[in-house]
Design a protein around this ligand. Structure first.
Ligand SMILES: *Cc1c(COP(=O)(O)O)cnc(C)c1O
Length: 236
């Protein structure tokens, strides 16, 4: 299977699931998660018309952003964020999906360059309550969201989650429904929220059924990830 074929197949499935679950046509966007994937594979996706890409590892992402400067692409940072990474993230990305505390939010706001539009952000929520997972707790999400709305260089778009692994469709839907319910509550206070970033290669049907507006798909587009250092080396 080529990357172009994979992209077409996923877009067809998105359309199928939008119809199946009564979602408006075109309401679910596709983010291609290109972490640990080669420049060649990303170029193939760009040639097939894909514009939005998600990356988790800053050094690797910065190399790719530099090499793939033309045509302009839309880069989303979706991985855990350490304080010492915020400046480069604020300078080089259009979106950040993984804000889970006040300190990181403030730093991204303060470091967003004046010549760029406000940084689009999602608050990452830990819906499963696993201690090892990143993400703010369900109960603290409203206050962190309100805080992010007070920061002028951030544009708060919505919520993101990576649930615990569930093999069954029912359990996948239950986890995503928690985020949807919370998103709806927040939307009553913050009418400009328009994004629910949820759904990956193995569970995006459940996410679309539960109201996802943006699915983050890696392996179903690009194949298995390269866990060696090959990607970073080739990128240089
Ligand atoms: C890696 C990753 C994905 C993509 O996962 P696949 O199973 O390859 O589709 C989506 N979201 C986040 C936050 C990731 O880190």
């Amino acid at each position: 299977m080529t990357i172009a074929t994979n992209l077409t197949a996923i877009k067809d499935l998105i359309l199928t699931y939008e119809k199946k679950y009564g979602r408006e046509e075109g309401s679910v966007k596709l983010l291609a998660v290109s972490k640990r994937q080669s420049i060649e594979k990303i170029k193939a996706a760009v040639e097939a018309g894909q514009v939005a890409f998600g990356e988790n590892y800053l050094q690797e992402a910065l190399l790719k952003i530099r090499i793939l400067a033309d045509p302009p692409l839309e880069w989303h940072f979706i991985g855990p964020i350490q304080s010492n990474k915020t400046r480069k993230i604020a300078e080089h990305f259009a979106w950040v999906h993984s804000i889970d505390n006040v300190k990181i939010a403030k730093r991204l706001n303060d470091q967003r360059p004046a010549h760029l539009p406000p940084l689009n952000v999602c608050i990452e929520v830990n819906v499963s309550g696993e201690l090892t997972k990143s993400g703010v707790s369900l109960k603290d999400t409203a206050s962190l969201t309100a805080y992010c709305f007070s920061l002028p260089r951030l544009k708060v778009r919505g919520l993101m989650t990576i649930p615990a692994f569930h093999a069954s469709f029912i359990e996948q839907r239950q986890a995503y429904n928690k985020l949807y319910t919370l998103w709806q509550q927040l939307h009553q206070h913050h009418g400009s929220l328009d994004t629910l970033s949820m759904g990956m290669s193995n569970d995006f049907e459940a996410a679309i059924a539960e109201g996802s507006t943006l699915i983050r798909i890696g392996t179903a587009i690009f194949g298995e990830r390269d866990v060696s250092d090959q990607v970073t080396v080739t990128a240089i």
